[in-house]
Design a protein around this ligand. Structure first.
Ligand code: SAH
Length: 251
């Protein structure tokens, strides 16, 4: 059996209770060493084999899973954040299907949630933005043409960019071409929820400069939009004048 588990964004106590329990049951752990907090390995039982996938290919990962399965062992594949985002889990699941090896997925707290927490922010402020676009800048890994950053930027909603911290000149260009004003609020969140977490508030036109000045080149998220500003409307849900399923308007 293989368990794909979301490790959470960094803080070792931000893994789910289920994820921590399964880590403790694993005979083999394959973890994404470049991004997963090694403190999570403290959950492992004695004698558990640990592999860092940072230097492994898909084929090698599958080989380790297959060998564990043949011994009747439990494998945990530990991915950073939530495995469904940039986790490359689909290709692993397809290989396991082909080999007849059973698996399941335990979700995790994604780093985009960790970043909102670091910012004390709400991505979906009433009358400001009710949508969050999660994407990345095209780099060595291409992005489908229909999802070019400038096209997505044209919505003017909240955006969270993964895997783009090394490409901030192009990011700025694309965001401006898409219609964000240069002074639109933005923030770079480095290592959200890790002990070394850092938050840099800036604007769309100062993203690259801010990252350069603070020597941030990776393990960061770029958040963009007026959710970082001061203006918004109160929610209807908690408005005394608004009636809904659970509460009558009181005025
Ligand atoms: N599945 C992960 C994302 C993996 S892609 C998730 O749900 O969070 C790796 C990218 O995620 C990094 O390049 C960085 O952009 C972002 N990232 C991961 N952990 C982060 C953290 N703690 N703080 C800021 N960004 C993070």
């Amino acid at each position: 059996m293989v368990h794909f588990i979301g490790a959470g964004p960094g803080g070792a106590d931000l893994i789910t209770v289920r994820g921590a329990r399964l880590l403790g049951e694993a005979d083999v752990i394959i973890y994404a060493g470049s991004l997963v907090n090694p403190a999570l390995l403290d959950y492992k039982k004695e004698g558990c084999q640990v592999y860092d996938s940072a230097s492994m290919t898909l084929e090698q990962v599958i080989e380790v899973m297959k060998a564990a399965e043949e011994r009747g062992g439990v494998t945990v594949r530990l991915h950073t954040g939530d495995p469904s985002l940039y986790g490359a889990i689909r290709e692993q699941m397809d290989e396991l299907d082909a080999l007849g090896i059973p698996y399941d997925v335990t979700p995790g707290v994604s780093s985009f949630s960790g970043a909102a927490a670091a910012l004390n922010a709400e991505y979906t402020l009433p009358e400001v933005s009710q949508s969050v676009i999660i994407t990345r800048m095209a780099g060595r890994t291409p992005v489908p043409e229909g999802e070019r950053l400038r096209k997505l930027a044209s919505h003017g909603c909240t955006m969270v960019l993964f895997l783009s911290t090394g490409l901030l000149e192009q990011v700025e260009e694309e965001l401006l071409a898409g219609g964000y004003a240069p002074d639109t609020p933005a923030a770079i969140v480095y290592k959200a929820t890790w002990p070394e977490e850092k938050v840099f508030r800036c604007t769309v036109s100062t993203l690259a400069k801010t990252a350069r000045k603070n020597k941030i080149a990776k393990t960061a998220l770029i958040t963009i939009g007026h959710f970082l500003g001061d203006d918004y409307e109160r929610s209807k849900l908690y408005d005394p004048a608004f009636t809904h399923e659970f509460r009558e308007a009181s005025r």
